[in-house]
Design a binder for this molecule. Sequence first.
Ligand code: TYM
Length: 325
Amino acid sequence: MRVLSGTKPTGDQLHLGNYFGALRQFVALQEKYEDALYFIADYHSMTSVRDAATRRRNAFNVALDYLAAGLDPDRAILFRQSDIPEVCELTWLLTSITPMGMLERAHAYKAAMDRGESVDHGLFTYPVLMAADILLYRADLVPVGQDQKQHIEMARDMAQRFNNTYGSEALVLPEPYILRDAATIPGTDGQKMSKSYDNTIAMFAPKKQLKKSVMGIVTDSTPVEEPKDPAGALFELWRLFATPEEHREMAERARAGGLGYGEVKKDLLARLLDHFGPMRERRASFEERPDDVEDILRRGAQRARAIGAPVLEACRAAAGLGAPT
Ligand code: TYM
């Protein structure tokens, strides 16, 4: 069983949606399966980040977040997507068996169109590059948040079409791995947590900034003494840091009345700092050793290429590309 996933480097650090929706599962699955690949999707970032220095810095930051969260380069293969340009060739091979209609139904593309944004070809074809990411390494299981499910279904579809068209078995159909309780982490305004909604809580923000984010979580104006529905963004976020037993108690207290949102926010902040404290230290120590981080990525790229290159070769041969063998 081979596990694979990626993260787009689009900012200074990952947020709670990335962590609980995906990264935490990356760490758990590296323990469970011998074969795990996690990469920094810097080719994907090209549809939104247009500056070289920013891309490099963001990519380094994702590497730090991966290592801080506990990804172990001796267990999992950690690499930068663009160190394996073979993925771009596989993208082309897949492009030519992908119907326009499939890409026109992609959520990200449709949302950009609905917002009236000018959409470039990179954004339109994003799901094909993402399929190539997964299929190049014959991944079986792809841990992601709910927002990526459609992309994985498309990758399955493309794998099947390619295999059928060329009578090949080179590509494996992947399965998404989505934890029900962490499929969509809400942001401070109750919508899905996402940088594009400006509602994120960063994993490693300075304490002052974290406090501001947590205190800014939107709640209703029910007075302290009134009963409250233990749902909504605040309770959902708090729950991520609590045991089921603690959650049951908190829900009872909320329904009984007398529990103020302020108290829940304070407790959430304390739990957040506590949970990410050791990771914050690990991150700082890697940040001081950029050469070591680069070594890890270089070694990861070598291992990833050893898996991916023969798969691309098999696809080329099946499609009759290159010199006959
Ligand atoms: P990205 O970089 O937007 O997000 C990284 C991971 O975090 C998850 N996530 C969330 N999960 C739950 N709730 C949220 N609010 C939330 N926000 C983000 C995402 O679902 C994702 O798993 N296209 C991908 C990157 C990618 C990829 C791949 C993933 C490129 N190639 C191949 C898997 C396999 C993306 O932009 O994720």
